[in-house]
Design a protein around this ligand. Structure first.
Ligand SMILES: [Zn+2]
Length: 405
């Protein structure tokens, strides 16, 4: 039998403590929809992410046979991965798609750029499993709150004139540069737990009127303290120095390699370059914090406006009926399609040069590809080989997200 070019996959859920509980977790609900797996939602468990790529951790499998997707791809590289992936990406999927269900802040983190990732992987392969960078995108499926990138310096500087915060800017630099930001961030992250606690208490007593546009800090502080305690310096860095943004379904952000970020709440489709490297410095137990010096020395301390982080969708040239938009992050590893079909709609997606992985994020319908018909239901995941065009139709409405090259 010749190799199938389109086939259904099963994903794998993980249980990090920041995930949503039991049935509240969209990641778990979507994962549980795939028939014939032994995944069952336990009401007391916290389900954070479902992964559905060919990465070793939390791997996807070919549903029909139970084989690892990575094994299936390795056995049929030419047909299933195509020339581009074989030549440029080490014959592996260059992207890793996930669904995240976030109940509380993820660790405040950066993903090292290629240079540092290569060095770290050489020195400490156990903790840094990949020599690759990991820029990522997040497409919101519901209200999504996020800290991402540093605020413009002229928004940060006035905050550090407030009495409890002056100590982190001992040179009292009036004209802030990226280096001021670097040293202030480092000072906060290196402060002892008692100092952090004292500063947070004092900060919470400042009248809102003194903070102007930044008064949201006082609303978020108790929430973060509730999640990670009053001694986590991550709260100070996130609230004082980073952009805080609230998105709705369909909005997307792009985090470049080296970009600081912490997701706070919501359900998202996330996709990233193939890597699992991360440096954590806040919103996690002290023992899990990677070396603050390395973090402070590595990070590009460059302020971003909110607009730098937002990734707008565009019309897709691959879409025949105009029901599909594409998010194109400024990187080569992947794009993300989002198709929205209303009741009775059809859509056709022209073939792509590389492989794609799609998930039905809501609704149901039918897919035609390679002369075959596939039932689509919420949560169903499919692999689509290079050079294969697909047709979708829905009687009741359906939404699909698909990572492609
Ligand atoms: Zn990340």
């Amino acid at each position: 039998m010749s190799q199938q070019l389109v086939f259904q996959l099963s994903g794998t859920c993980n249980e990090y403590p920041w995930g949503k509980k039991g049935n509240d977790s969209l990641a778990a609900r979507l994962c549980a929809q795939t028939p014939g797996t032994d995944f069952k939602i336990e009401p007391s468990h916290y389900y954070s992410e479902m992964w559905f790529g060919d990465y070793n951790d939390f791997p996807a499998r070919k549903l029909e046979t139970g084989e690892l997707l990575s094994d299936v791809l390795q056995a049929n590289k030419k047909q299933l991965l195509g020339k581009k992936v074989i030549e440029h990406y080490d014959a592996q999927l260059p992207f890793l798609p996930k669904i995240l269900s976030i109940a509380k802040a993820l660790p405040l983190q950066i993903h090292p750029n290629k240079d540092l990732a290569t060095k770290l992987h050489k020195k400490d392969p156990e903790n840094f499993t990949d020599p690759n960078h990991k820029p990522e995108i997040a497409v919101a499926l519901s209200k999504f709150e996020v800290f991402a990138g540093f605020k413009p310096l002229d928004e940060i500087a006035p905050l550090f004139k407030l009495q409890p915060l002056q100590q982190f800017n001992p040179d009292a630099a009036d004209k802030w540069t990226n280096e001021t930001l670097r040293s202030v961030t480092k000072n906060m992250l290196k402060a002892d737990l008692q100092t952090v606690k004292k500063v947070q208490t004092e900060l919470s007593k400042i009248p809102k009127s003194e903070l102007g546009d930044a008064s949201y800090i006082l609303d978020l502080l108790p929430r973060l303290q509730d999640q990670y305690g009053p001694e986590d310096a991550g709260s100070l860095v996130a609230l004082l120095c980073m952009n805080f943004m609230v998105f709705q379904a369909g909005d997307a952000i792009y985090i470049p390699a080296d970009g600081i970020h912490a997701y706070l709440s919501g359900d998202i489709v996330e996709c990233m370059a193939r890597s699992n490297n991360v440096l954590n410095v806040g919103f996690c137990p002290p023992a899990d914090r990677n070396n603050v010096d390395m973090f402070a020395n590595t990070l590009t301390f460059k302020a971003h406006s909110k607009e730098d982080v937002i990734l707008p969708s565009q019309k897709s040239e691959k879409s025949k009926n105009g029901k599909t938009v594409v998010y194109k992050p400024p990187m080569n590893e992947f794009d993300m399609f989002k198709a929205d079909l209303s009741a009775g709609d059809t859509e056709e997606l022209k073939a792509c040069e590389g492989p794609g992985v799609m998930i039905v994020t809501s609704g149901e319908g039918l897919m035609k590809a390679e002369g075959q018909e596939f039932q689509l239901k919420t949560g169903y995941i499919f692999f689509v080989a290079p050079g294969v065009s697909v047709q979708w139709e829905s009687q009741k409405g359906m939404q699909i997200h698909m990572a492609v090259i």
